[in-house]
Design a binder for this molecule. Sequence first.
Ligand code: NI
Length: 138
Amino acid sequence: MNNKVAIYRKEHFNAAHRLFVHEWNDSKNNEVFGKCNNPNFHGHNYELVVKVVGVPDPQTGYVMNLKNLSDIIREFVLDQFDHKNLNLDTVYFKKINPTTENIAITIYDILREKIDKQLELQVRLYETERNFVEYPVQ
Ligand code: NI
């Protein structure tokens, strides 16, 4: 047993996207991506859960100050993604599809740079109430 504790911050953003493979024709893209291939884009209400794991600091009792975690998520994720078109308005999905999987990996990579390396990090992203992903797999 160890003294590690998991802390979580839940956030929310709305964003539009389109899933398609450039090299494929319309019928192949429709077959694979269905409504998510709509050329005029469509939106999702994403729920983001960020999990940070570590041993609470002996003085503060915090694994990480959740206010700081919230500020980091807002500044580096929400300000870039909320009310944006993920394909057109962000730099991240020019060459990769903005699937829930790829958005989760991107958010993880952004946050990993900003959070103490001693702390474990995991991102869970809900595209709908029933469809969600986790990265990295633990
Ligand atoms: Ni979609």
